[in-house]
Design a binder for this molecule. Structure first.
Ligand code: NCD
Ligand code: ZN
Length: 362
């Protein structure tokens, strides 16, 4: 009765809430780890099935630090795609203390690079060659501000005296705020935002500052990692934080603000590397990323904000065209398997053995 009644009254919002399918422009993933070799072959099809384009992280060993390495990596990604895939990798340049500003300019102008990636040295997986002090890349950042190139930032300090749950908030005070004061027009994506402080900072910053949000940080807080036993498959960096931070992220993602957009940070590690005495950071969410995000938007009664977050705000910030194709998500149970084969290895996906309520139609 309620369902028909709402439709009959013609209330657009209520009718949308009751919808059984959602058709939107094809989404993009503005932060993904596709890895290399056999792992690349195993995971790239999952991202290509869900997304038209993706910002591909450069933290390989060795990292993707110049145009030649980025072009070679793009070729390997394209070769690893399933035949029917329609997917464009957008490459990033891994910044080191020695990055040449003119290499960055050349790479951006030729289309080899879409963005640069700042990893504070030691902050996360394969970040040993990262930047030890942003003063060392001042020349690169100046060129980027001049040419309008996006800086993707892993926003955590690595100082031993800073608690791991505070590393994002401290990064804002010690690094990001001073950097934007120094270069106020630099385009910055504060990646995989995990804190209330991060949300407030991005909201109050100028339009050249935006953020990506992962599905896991919208679904889980730190209890998911630590209550009832240590759960390595809920461990990623930046680490999931208290519930109030998760709620701030949900508000930001579903607010409709063009400053927040989709970036999965899908980061596969084989099962043994996660289930170990020193388990790797990273959650593999690529296979059901859209379904995972959509669950959040539905819970927040914000299905009408999903297309902006998934398909419009990202291209708008990067100055790229939106995708013309459409995809449909249907309200249909979707069982996430316990394991996903990756050649000889196995991956445990985010939401393993859970049921999600939406499914991307083929
Ligand atoms: C990423 C990885 O494994 O490459 N891990 C993660 O926990 N997110 C690196 C990163 O983005 O921090
Ligand atoms: Zn990442």
């Amino acid at each position: 009765m309620a369902r028909r009644g709402w439709r009959d009254t013609g209330s657009a919002i209520k009718a949308r809430d009751m919808t059984d399918s959602l058709t939107i422009r094809r989404p993009d993933d503005w932060h993904v780890h596709l890895r290399d070799g056999d792992m690349l072959k195993a995971v790239v099809g999952h991202t290509a099935r869900q997304f038209a384009r993706a910002i591909v992280m450069p933290n390989l060993t060795p990292p993707v630090t110049n145009v030649a390495l980025a072009n070679d990596y793009r070729t390997r990604i394209l070769a690893a795609l399933p035949d029917e895939a329609d997917f464009t990798p957008l490459m990033t340049c891994y910044l080191t203390n020695n990055t040449d500003p003119e290499e960055v300019r050349r790479g951006f102008e030729s289309g080899a690079f879409t963005a640069c990636k700042l990893y504070p040295a030691g902050a996360t997986t394969n970040s040993d060659s990262g930047v030890t002090d942003v003063a060392n890349i001042r020349g690169v950042l100046e060129v980027m501000a001049e040419i309008g190139m996006v800086l993707c930032v892993h926003g955590e300090v690595t100082n031993a005296d800073v608690d791991i749950f505070d590393r994002e908030a401290v990064f804002i005070d010690r690094v990001l705020a001073p950097l934007l004061k120094d270069l106020p027009t630099l385009k910055v994506v504060f990646e995989h935002l995990t804190s209330e402080e991060g949300v407030s900072f991005v909201e109050s910053a100028a339009d050249n500052v935006a953020a990506t949000i992962t599905p896991q940080h919208l679904h889980i807080n730190r209890n998911a990692m630590l209550v009832g036993g240590m759960r390595p498959h809920a461990y990623c960096l930046p680490v999931a934080k208290r519930e109030k931070h998760r709620l701030a992220l949900r508000r930001a993602a579903t607010s409709g603000s063009a400053k927040f957009f989709l970036g999965t940070d899908s980061a596969p590690h084989q099962r043994e590397a996660k289930e170990s005495a020193c388990g790797c950071a990273g959650i593999f969410n690529a296979p059901f990323a859209l379904e995972s995000y959509l669950a959040v938007f539905e819970e927040e009664h914000a299905l009408d904000k999903f297309e902006g977050f998934a398909s419009l705000h990202g291209p708008q910030f990067y100055g790229l065209p939106v995708n013309e194709e459409r995809v449909t998500l249907e309200r249909r149970d979707c069982s996430v398997p316990a394991l996903i084969d990756a050649g000889d290895a196995q991956l445990v996906p985010f939401h393993a053995e859970q049921t999600l309520r939406w499914q991307l139609a083929d």
